[in-house]
Design a protein around this ligand. Sequence first.
Ligand code: IMP
Ligand code: MG
Length: 178
Amino acid sequence: MHNSIERVLLTEEQIKARVAQLGQALAADYRDKTPIFVGILKGVVVFFADMIRAVQIPCQIDFMAVSSYSGTASTGKIQLLKDLSVDITGRHVVILEDILDSGLTLQHTVEYLQSKHPASVKICTFLDKPEGRKADIQADYVGFSVPNLFVVGYGLDYDEAYRNLPYVGVLKPEAYSK
Ligand code: IMP
Ligand code: MG
């Protein structure tokens, strides 16, 4: 285990088993729909790569990078750092996200995607932190619900570090104060 990690919350084996289940659920719901999986960079990359291989149906992929305007999240604005590169009009979109916390970023992202008139937009999040929620938004597919702790690994970062840990862990307090 990495020496900045206090404890492992989700092991590689637990994650693998859950991703397989989610993949089967999505495959059943989107059979014959050729969904477009839209990953929200960068935290989603590990989950995204595992998920698209777990969904054994025809699909397409795309990515967006967004960030909340600092201090003005409540005004309903997101900054689009990277836009879609495929046309989603009339298509079934599944947003893949690393973690749903306040929900503010995703709420604005969903509004943005809806403005392009897709056939549907659903949310699949690896982790859900329901206690952190500020926006009225729920995921349609959730890997794991987690307590209100700061977690890293499997794509999730603290200050851009720890994304490549194969498990999800809780950081030691001293790792924050460096
Ligand atoms: P929100 O739902 O708009 O608050 O934003 C969620 C984003 O905050 C995620 O995509 C992560 O980048 C980040 N985030 C929230 N909680 C955590 C955490 O526990 N670890 C790492 N990143 C987090
Ligand atoms: Mg992130």
